[in-house]
Design a protein around this ligand. Structure first.
Ligand code: RIB
Length: 316
């Protein structure tokens, strides 16, 4: 049963340099290759959710420049609607300069916001009916904060499940946290929001408890190769990452969030949902690119069967 997900978020053109190692300050290193692709945390999550089986509306802004065509081409290639894309006159489409190391696929990213910063609360209001009829509204922090807050408010007004992936980090009013049914920081973001320094699973557990204490019902901290940790005040669940040899970790968290929302929209329980999301990111990181790396549903199901075989991870 496919769920309906509205993603309110960013679109960027990603320009990625692959290199053996990152340069130090003032140093020049020779790279291996250069890649242009679609990215942006919002768009990556939207594509991940669509390919994993959901009906997805992407609400995003692009500039009136030639870069924006990449988004329309990508949506059409993936048979996703472009109804939620707003063109902002006089602005450039968002872009990201990315370095990926061939040792472990680690990444470093500089984002140039462009039109993403002009996506406003009033733009989101134009999609209130879509939000009201969604199973889940998924947001990040890479567009104007007014758009994110309005999307969360409208979702709550209509009783729709909200998921906020607070990336990249920016300080939030406590009131915003109360609008989030799910809050899905990575390790670094969880440290900022909780004030707990994370060095291992025990610290992640303390950070999850601190975030729960701020009024978030479902806290999910993604921990890279150490998997993910979930806490809802009663249950604490650790989900391992699936075995994978990473080629490019850009968008790893995005793939996890897209997969998580699909699983929740289909009514999977939390343990299954975490395993499902872990399979989505376990495949995405073995491929170059961000939105281009997202797996198809049948690939996810095969990895799920191979990795979990119907067994769930244990509570800790
Ligand atoms: O999360 C990965 C994404 O961050 C990249 O696609 C880049 O565009 C930046 O938004």
């Amino acid at each position: 049963m496919s769920g309906k997900i509205t993603v309110v978020g960013s679109y960027n053109v990603d320009i990625t340099a692959f290199c053996k190692r990152f340069p130090q300050n003032g140093e020049t290193v020779k790279g291996d290759s250069l890649r242009f692709g679609s990215g942006g945390k919002g768009f990556n999550q939207a594509v991940a959710a669509s390919k994993a089986g959901a009906e997805v509306l992407t609400v995003a802004a692009v500039g009136d420049d030639s870069l924006s065509q990449r988004l329309f081409d990508h949506l059409s290639r993936e048979k996703m609607t472009s109804r939620g894309i707003i063109t902002k006159q006089g602005l450039s489409t968002g872009s990201a300069l990315i370095e990926v190391s061939s040792e472990g696929g680690e990444n470093r990213i500089i984002v140039i916001e462009g039109a993403n910063s002009a996506l406003g609360g009033e733009d989101v209001e134009g999609f209130e009916e879509d939000i009201a009829s969604s199973d889940i509204v998924l947001c990040q922090l890479e567009v104007n904060i007014n758009a994110t807050v309005r999307a969360l408010e409208l979702a709550k007004k209509h009783g729709v499940i909200t998921v906020l992936n607070p990336a990249p980090f920016c300080p939030l009013d406590e009131g915003v946290l109360e609008l989030c049914d799910w809050f899905t920081p990575n390790e670094t973001e969880a440290e900022f929001f909780s004030g707990v320094r994370i060095n291992g699973l025990d610290d992640a557990k303390k950070a999850a408890e601190a975030l729960y204490g701020k009024g978030i019902k479902n806290v999910l901290i993604t921990l890279g190769k150490n998997g993910a940790l979930y806490y809802n005040g009663k249950e604490l669940i650790h989900c391992s990452a699936v075995d994978a040899v990473p080629v490019d970790t850009t968008g790893a968290g995005d793939s996890f969030n897209g997969g998580l929302c699909v699983a929740l929209s289909e009514g999977m329980d939390v343990r299954k949902a975490l395993n499902f999301a872990s399979c989505v990111s376990g495949i995405a990181i073995t491929r170059p690119g961000a939105a281009d790396a997202m797996p198809e549903r049948d690939e996810i199901e095969k990895l799920y069967a191979d990795s979990f075989g119907g067994e769930y991870n244990e509570s800790i």
